[in-house]
Each structure stands twice: as C-alpha cells, then as structure tokens.
Design a protein around this ligand. Structure first.
Ligand code: GTP
Length: 350
C-alpha cells in the first residue's frame, strides 16, 4: 500500500490575515482547499493512505476531511502540540505509517500546487535505489528558494538555502516541496525536538553519503505561500493552466458557483473564482481574483488579482488591486485601496 504524508501544520504568516482563522492549506483555491487538490493528485497516483501532519489550527482539517470517507483514501492525523518544523513533522507522522523500512513514502508540503507525476518520481527513486528523491522545478528567479544543483546522474551533492549573491545562484533548480523518502530514513530523524528537513535533514544525509537524487519535472508548479501567488494559483486552476483532477471539464475564464448571483452586466474573467452565495453587482469587473462564499461586490467596482474572504463586502465603484480582504471586512463605496493592501477580519474601511 502506497502511503503519503502531507505537511499542513505551518502558520502561513505570509498569507495573514487570511490565515488567522483558516490554515493556509485549507484556504480555497479554485473552490477547493489546496489539501483537497493534493489528496486528489495523490489518489490518482495510487496512494491509499495519507497522514496529515497538523499543528496550527489542527482541528480544522479533521472537521473538514474526517477519515477520508468522501475522498477515496484513508486519512490519519498526526497532531503536534508544538510545531516540530518540516522534518519533525515528518518524523511525528511516521508513527502512523504501516509500510516497511525499505518502502517509499511520499511527502508533500501543503501549499504546493502541481501536476507532478508522483508515480514517475517513485519510479526514479526505485531505479536509483535512492534514500531520498526530491522533486525539483526550474524558476526564473531562484533567490527566494532553496537551490538544489544535481550532477549528470541526478545526484544531489549540496543544498543552498536562499542565495543572496549572483555567485551563489549556481542553478535554476529549486526544491519544489515534494519528496520520496525511504521509510527507514524518516525513522532516523530526531523525534524529540523541532527539525527542518531543508536545513538539517538533507545536509546530514549528504554528509553521511546517502543517495539523494533530484528529479526535475517540467510541469506546472507554484508555491501558494504569498497573496499574489495564491490568487495566481487559483486563476491558473480555473483556466486549466494548472491541472487538478477536481476541475476536469470545469475550466474556463471564470468558475462561478451556481448559488452565486452575478449581474449579467458584470464581467468575471481572468480565472476568477466566485464562491457560493456571493453577489456581484451591475457593471462590476472582477479579474484573476478569488471571491469566497457570501462576498458582496458592489456595482461598477473593479477587483483584480485579489483575494476577498468569506462574507466581506465591497461597496460600489471601488478599485481593489493586488489586495487581500479578510472575512467580514467592509469597504465603503468609492474607495480605491492602495495595491498590496491587507484588510483585517471585520475591519471597516470608510
Ligand atoms: P509562512 O509562515 O508564510 O512561511 O508559511 P508556512 O508556515 O506554511 O511555512 P512554509 O511555507 O515554509 O512551510 C512549508 C510546508 O510545511 C507548509 O505546507 C506548512 O504547512 C508545513 N509546515 C511548516 N512548519 C511545520 C510544522 O512545524 N509542522 C507541520 N506539521 N507542518 C509544517
């Protein structure tokens, strides 16, 4: 039986204020929690059992997913009382694995949107007789990421966390946040303290001459960690640029839930998602945005590349660009918010 661990316990500080009440992996991207897209992807690759490593707002996951009855996989929860970091979370989740010491375990960061060929990555791990296989992706600007150069055989010999000088940018390959671990390697991670898999476990494996390979996948990848990336990820899913088994046959310029009320003169485009019960007024233009359930957007307002959380209200003739509006916030009519604004839950902008 193929097993996976999803790491979903982070604080999601870069997505505040959206993550004050909802953990990042549970925020809706194109109408489904990121975790839900990942569960569907894992299931499509033959994964039958998934352990969710939770910490921050742990209860939200079990309330939503139960034990997987509706998701076609068995879901198990490994809750950390104190956040254990990525490596500590993997080790903590290992207590719930049923596989043997030499079996592969798939591990996913909870905020990665990807169409990764998981079975292909497991296959490469097997062929290389690897201890760990890392999913790598290429990015234009690798500075905010952990760089992972590989040799001609795909072996990893060093990790470079967040390079700062041009000389340090030795590759455009970055750690894309999905790994195949041999089970016994997980069991060797310390269990009694926080551990970072990126900063501690991986460098230690290299120092011990373990076989760590990097596999570049050229398919879609996006880290949903920042507001702009989150809005882009949702729009890419809606438009079918990012793949998800949950959206097959539903892609287009907009995804509007049937219970939403959109005035016929409003323009909803650029991959915008409009949630249940939302109301979009006459002449409004909404592009590349995520509109959660029960949001109201007044007439002639323009909203672009923004995230508007549950039951927030935007008045008429507003200009909202690159902005995050948290739940139940109220924006008075005729407001033009500074691009990049963050509006807090229940805040009133008059
Ligand atoms: P930021 O605070 O905005 O950096 O987000 P984050 O807290 O999610 O951190 P980051 O994006 O670096 O985390 C990568 C993945 O690991 C995310 O899916 C997190 O949910 C998860 N993660 C990070 N720290 C922990 C932890 O201590 N425990 C568990 N279970 N998961 C974690």
């Amino acid at each position: 039986m193929l097993e996976a661990i999803l790491l979903v316990g982070g604080q999601g500080t870069r997505l505040r204020p959206l993550t004050i009440s909802t953990p990042k992996p549970m925020l809706p991207v194109a109408g489904f929690a990121c975790t839900e897209h990942q569960i569907a992807l894992a299931r499509a690759a033959g994964v039958e059992r998934i352990i969710l490593g939770t910490s921050y707002r742990a209860e939200v996951f079990e309330e939503h997913f139960g034990h997987g009855e509706n998701y076609g996989v068995e879901l198990v929860y490994a809750v950390e009382d104190e956040p254990l970091g990525t490596g500590g979370a993997i080790r903590n989740a290992a207590a719930h694995l049923t596989c043997g010491p030499n079996d592969p375990v798939i591990i996913f960061n909870g905020d990665v949107l990807t169409g990764l060929d998981i079975s292909g990555l497991v296959q490469k791990w097997r062929e290389a007789n690897a201890d760990v296989a890392l999913y790598l992706t290429r990015v234009e600007d690798p500075r905010p990421y952990g760089l992972v150069p590989t040799d001609a055989d795909g072996r990893v010999h060093e990790f470079r966390e967040k390079p700062t000088t041009p000389e340090e940018i030795v590759t455009d390959q970055i750690n894309a946040g999905c790994y195949i671990f041999k089970r016994s390697i997980i069991d060797s991670i310390p269990s009694d303290r926080p551990v970072s898999v990126e900063r501690e476990t991986f460098p230690e494996l290299l120092a011990a001459d373990r076989i760590v390979i990097g596999v570049v996948d050229e398919g879609y990848w996006l880290d949903l960690g920042t507001p702009l990336a989150f809005a882009k990820g949702s729009a890419d899913l809606v438009r079918g640029i990012a793949p998800s088994p949950l959206l097959v046959g539903r892609t287009g310029e907009a995804l509007i839930e049937t219970s939403a009320k959109v005035d016929p003169s409003a323009l909803i485009t650029g991959g915008t998602y409009v949630g249940h019960g939302a109301v979009i007024g006459a002449g409004a233009v909404v592009t590349g945005s995520v509109i959660f359930a029960n949001v109201e957007v007044g007439s002639d307002s323009h909203v672009s590349n923004s995230i508007v959380s549950t039951a927030a209200q935007i008045g008429s003739r507003c200009q909202i660009v690159d902005t995050v509006i948290a739940e139940r916030a109220v924006i008075a009519s005729d407001k033009a918010l500074e691009p990049g604004s963050l509006v807090f839950p229940d805040e009133k902008v008059n």
